[in-house]
Design a binder for this molecule. Structure first.
Ligand SMILES: Cc1cc2nc3c(=O)[nH]c(=O)nc-3n(C[C@H](O)[C@H](O)[C@H](O)COP(=O)(O)OP(=O)(O)OC[C@H]3O[C@@H](n4cnc5c(N)ncnc54)[C@H](O)[C@@H]3O)c2cc1C
Length: 499
């Protein structure tokens, strides 16, 4: 009987990060994800690698310092899917005083080392003409943007390249301990087949389902409760030119981001609403939409109407429950809980942020060290993620332009920013657009789809169009169906997709 050292349940950012770290330290690792990788919270985030300026107000200094330090590490590890971003905070003196914001930014600039990221400054906003007359000045500081779903896939690929077994559409249906080992029952949705695997240690990285997983699948009492807090974003045609994001303050003291998205859109979010339904059933309510519109329209001179919304998405933050009354005050920090059942360890992850996934993985591995005394040490801080081993995104684009002068600019931009150095795999040997194969849907050629099938574990149109790329945002239902048909034909995928 084959026995893994570690089985990870859940292929969001935390599961993917832990699997990559564990495999790189020589542990025999497997990861199983019930749906697509990153199909839950990890593709519904604000897509920021940030310290979280507002968490300073909640005195979360440890979390903020750790998150700030991660910014430059992740900018280096994943140079294709991350980028520095300047954030502008219009000053509303009746909400937060100048002194208070200046003090917060002073700390923000100094809590961690900065090399690539500029320091904070004051900005004149009156000249831009973007805002209502009452807004004349503001503050500007640095954080980073990341393609969240692709950060997950890059970690899944990293795990696989370090010899981990990684499977999406494979649900863990039950776990029990037999003779000191975890017996993990799985249902493979692609093959419509049940199977059983064994491991010395189980990692519960089921995110919003972490508590439910312990109670229902392991039939044990969970050491912590999860509090589900829904956050929604909407997407509108871009509200302004420029690469900077805006951070807007509401009178309830919450903040809302307006972030440039995919060159032609602005992404507006997020909300903080208690979520009591199934985590997989979440979408933006009319109240959330109106709340976000209210904040935007209290700042921007040109009103944004509900009819302008092209699309929206929602996710639930799996926060470790504490005594905070308001959802926005619940800690964003993570808690790792190690339990043993009949001698077999299970490590459960509660809470966390995309930004701190790598540190969370290191903390998880530190907890496992006593069970694997010969495992390797920390390694992920300096290692590139797949696709990230380029000098810089701009030099990589120039290199691609020289090598493939016939490649349309939009396609070159897309390949470089999604796949980084792995764009070379899609383009290898091609000498003209026709060499990329049939155009299955606008801008989506056979070569790219085949790359996604062979290297990025896609089975459904939504895997390709919502997570590996965001092409679906501009597609008609017929175009989406064409992509789905191609996938069904080429990856013998005949199971219905259920989110
Ligand atoms: C609206 C919003 C905005 C956010 N913005 C930011 C941000 O800008 N920056 C930041 O740093 N963080 C942000 N976060 C937080 C961040 O997105 C989350 O902390 C992170 O994605 C959680 O990842 P996870 O792996 O724990 O959970 P998930 O991504 O939800 O992954 C858990 C996975 O486990 C799988 N699973 C569950 N049960 C089983 C089972 N039985 N078998 C197999 N698989 C199973 C699920 O299908 C799921 O894919 C935001 C969160 C939200 C909701």
């Amino acid at each position: 009987m084959a026995v893994y050292d570690v089985i990870v349940v859940g292929g969001g950012i935390n599961g993917a990060g832990i699997a990559a770290d564990a495999a790189g330290r020589g542990l025999n690792t497997a990861l199983f994800e019930a749906n697509d990788f990153a199909s839950a919270t990890s593709s519904s985030s604000s897509k920021l690698i940030h310290g979280g300026l507002r968490y300073l107000e909640h005195y979360e200094f440890r979390l903020v310092a750790e998150a700030l330090a991660e910014r430059e590490i992740l900018l280096n590890k994943a140079r294709h899917i991350t980028r520095p971003m300047r954030f502008r905070l219009p000053h509303r003196p009746y909400l937060r005083s100048r002194l208070m914001i200046s003090a917060g930014l002073f700390l923000y600039d100094r809590l961690a080392k900065r090399k690539a990221l500029g320091k904070s400054t004051r900005v004149d906003l009156a000249a831009s003409g973007l805002f209502i007359d009452a807004i004349k000045t503001g503050f500007e500081y640095s954080d980073c943007w990341v393609d969240d779903a692709r950060l997950v896939i890059a970690n899944i690929q990293a795990a696989q390249r370090k010899k981990a077994q990684v499977h999406n559409y494979c649900e863990v249906t039950q776990v029990k301990v037999i003779d000191g080992l975890w017996q993990v029952s799985l249902f493979d949705k692609r093959l419509q087949k049940a199977r059983v695997e064994h491991a010395k240690v189980l990692i519960n990285a089921a995110g919003p389902w972490a508590e439910q997983f312990i109670e229902q699948k392991a039939q044990r009492t969970s050491p912590h409760q999860i509090r589900l807090v829904r956050g929604s974003h909407f997407i509108v045609p871009k509200l302004y030119e420029g690469d900077e994001a805006y951070i807007l303050q509401h009178h309830d003291k919450r903040i809302v981001f307006v972030i440039p998205y995919l060159n032609q859109y602005s992404m507006v979010g997020t909300t903080d609403v208690e979520h009591t339904a199934d985590p997989s059933q979440c979408s933006m309510s009319d109240e959330e939409r109106d709340y976000l519109l209210e904040v935007v329209n209290a700042h921007f001179a040109k009103p944004v109407r509900a009819e302008a919304i092209i699309s929206s998405f929602s996710g639930v933050r799996p926060l470790c429950s504490d005594d905070a009354e308001q959802p926005q005050r619940v800690t964003r920090d993570y808690t790792l809980s190690l339990q043993t059942h009949q001698g077999a360890p299970i490590l459960s992850i509660f809470g966390g942020k995309l930004t701190t996934y790598r540190k969370l993985a290191e903390a998880a591995l530190a907890k496992l060290a006593p069970f694997f005394p010969t495992m390797g040490g920390t390694w992920t801080d300096k290692a590139f993620l797949p696709g990230g081993d380029i000098v810089s995104l701009s030099s990589w684009k120039s290199q691609l332009k020289n090598q493939f002068p016939w490649l349309p600019t939009a396609l070159l931009e897309r390949y470089a920013t999604l796949y980084g150095s792995e764009a070379a795999l899609i383009l290898a040997g091609a000498r003209c657009v026709a060499d990329l194969g049939e155009e299955i849907a606008p801008d989506l050629y056979q070569r790219e789809l085949d790359h996604l099938i062979h290297n990025e574990f896609v089975y459904h149109a939504s895997d390709v169009l919502e997570r590996r790329t965001k092409l679906g945002l501009g597609y008609t239902n017929d175009q989406i169906a064409t992509v789905d048909r191609y996938l069904q034909h080429h990856c013998s995928c005949n199971f219905a997709y259920q989110k």
